[in-house]
Design a protein around this ligand. Structure first.
Ligand code: ZN
Length: 242
């Protein structure tokens, strides 16, 4: 079984399509698992929802999905995120709105707990520090955990008694028996200084996870964001991956 693991797609259709194409060329996949924030920021919420549903993706809700579907207010959002969430909410209706509103905060599959933020706070907590990683390991009821939210790809394990974050090396990581937290990085708005879309592939028979990056048509996404009146800052940052 091979799973394409994605997160923080953020209504970026060009990036999502590039990721799916790249994953298909690189050996294919049986399932898509998404760690939330399918929408928000970007110009194509409808098409991204449709593509995820067409692939029967296993998706948890992120903070942007919750705000857009009215399950939470935008008070904790910055002005750009709030503007994009409101714009997205105004566009979505019918089955697409219902799909977003029905996403769970947590899922378990193949020994992985899947959440957007962290096991103790699936909505807001960023797993980016040793402290947050340690708290996450303590809460885990499965050996493995998948998170999103920070838009930073990593593999985190306990090394010499303390959580250690390892950035992707380009080589598959063997999972083994030990507990692990993996962030596939962001498809639609990377923030690690690399503007290429980020994703990961879980290979169940090999017992590995591999991170990947793929280029997509950033100017096309930026043009649509400008045409649709989304904040210029959100379009500009895509070019820098920050
Ligand atoms: Zn996000």
């Amino acid at each position: 079984m091979r799973a394409l693991i994605v997160s923080d797609i953020h209504s970026n259709l060009e990036a999502l399509e590039s990721v799916i194409r790249d994953a298909e060329l690189g050996g294919g996949f049986d399932e898509i698992w998404s760690m939330g924030d399918l929408v928000g920021y970007g110009p194509d919420p409808e098409a991204c929802i449709d593509l995820m549903r067409a692939h029967d993706g296993l998706c948890v809700a992120g903070n942007h999905d919750l705000a857009v579907s009215g399950r939470m207010g935008v008070e904790r959002f910055n002005a750009y995120a709030a503007a994009a969430a409101t714009w997205t909410a105004d566009r979505l209706e019918g089955e697409r709105a219902e799909y977003l509103a029905g996403l769970p905060l947590r899922l378990e599959t193949h020994g992985f707990t899947a959440v957007h933020g962290s096991p103790r706070d699936p909505v807001w907590e960023y797993v980016v520090t040793a402290q947050s990683a340690r708290a996450s390991f303590e809460r885990l009821e499965t050996p493995r955990c998948l998170v999103g939210h920070s838009h930073i790809p990593f593999v985190c394990r306990i090394e010499n008694g303390a959580p250690a974050f390892r950035l992707p090396t380009g080589r598959p990581v063997e999972l083994g028996e030990e507990r692990v937290i993996v962030n596939p990085g962001s498809v639609g708005q990377p923030r690690d200084g690399d503007p290429r879309a980020s994703y990961a592939i879980y290979d169940g028979s090999a017992g590995t996870i591999a991170h990947h990056r793929v280029e997509y048509d950033v100017p096309a996404t930026q043009r649509k964001m400008t045409e649709r009146g989304l904040p210029a800052y959100l379009a500009e940052r895509l070019a820098h991956g920050r």
